[in-house]
Design a protein around this ligand. Structure first.
Ligand SMILES: N[C@@H](CCC(=O)N[C@@H](CS)C(=O)NCC(=O)O)C(=O)O
Length: 244
């Protein structure tokens, strides 16, 4: 298992011998365990939610192929699945649960809309993404390095695409865009961000509003950062063609 610590992630001028011990839990930075940045759509969602929350976190990258890493992952994530967020004694291993945890932890970050009805709407479409669109997810796996111009979408996946276009179009009309719930990014945008990349990868034709939404998401600095990292990933996984 490799651990990536961003430069400057540790408090400046502090080291293990001189720093006063306040609380072991409070001093441990939040850790988001993720796998491939090129292929893992759930990790992208969880990571974007952490960025949106303004959480101070470090990434821990695991290789799901490596048996010893998998054994270690079981200690972190009882489901074996990533992303998994470890923060001040809490261990959260499901993307939707991570989103809810962050919304509770950082209410000021606006992961969920302030208005009650909009908040319910946001939760409903996040839930729909989390539990649905199986045909889209299996037929059009996330692969940020790939481009398939003129890709022929299978009819089963087209029904999922049509439903997503309908729900995006409704949100953009109701809340005025440029994001799903208006002027500010929410958890819904993090949940649908890997759908945006799939639509670009597989050259899916969209209406004007949804195409503009995709452009807005692709300009999100956190998305740009993740995609740059994905493109820099070793190419040995490039042939992998599955949803995970
Ligand atoms: N429902 C889970 C799905 C998470 C998931 O499927 N994660 C994939 C990576 S994107 C995974 O960990 N797969 C384990 C494996 O391939 O062994 C969530 O919302 O977080």
């Amino acid at each position: 298992m490799r651990a990536f610590r961003p430069p400057g992630g540790a408090p400046r001028g502090e080291d293990a011998t001189s720093a006063p011990v306040v609380s072991n839990i409070a001093m441990t930075p939040a850790v988001l365990t993720v796998s491939s940045k090129n292929y893992s759509s759930w990790c992208l969602r969880g990571w974007l939610a952490c960025k949106l929350a303004g959480l101070d976190f470090v990434e821990e990258m695991v290789s799901l192929e490596d048996p010893s890493a998998r054994a270690e992952l079981l200690l972190l994530s009882p489901s074996f699945l990533v992303p998994c967020l470890t923060h001040e004694g809490a261990k959260v291993w499901d993307t939707l649960a991570i989103g809810e945890y962050l919304a509770e932890l950082k209410p000021e970050a606006g992961l969920l809309p302030a208005d009650r009805a909009a908040r319910a709407h946001c939760r409903a479409i996040c839930g729909e993404m989390h539990s649905g669109f199986f045909n889209l997810r299996s037929a059009l796996p996330m692969n940020l390095k790939a481009r398939h111009p003129g890709y022929k979408v299978w009819a089963g996946a087209q029904a999922d695409i049509d439903r997503i276009v309908a729900l995006w179009t409704e949100c953009l009309a109701m809340y005025g865009g440029p994001y799903l719930f208006g002027r500010e990014l929410t958890l819904a945008d993090a949940m649908y961000a890997p759908v945006v990349t799939r639509f670009l990868t597989y050259d899916v034709a969209l209406n004007r509003e949804c195409a503009a939404y995709c452009r807005a998401i692709m300009k999100w600095p956190a998305m740009i950062e993740w995609i740059e990292d994905a493109k820099a990933e070793p190419s040995e996984l490039e042939e992998l063609d599955m949803e995970f």
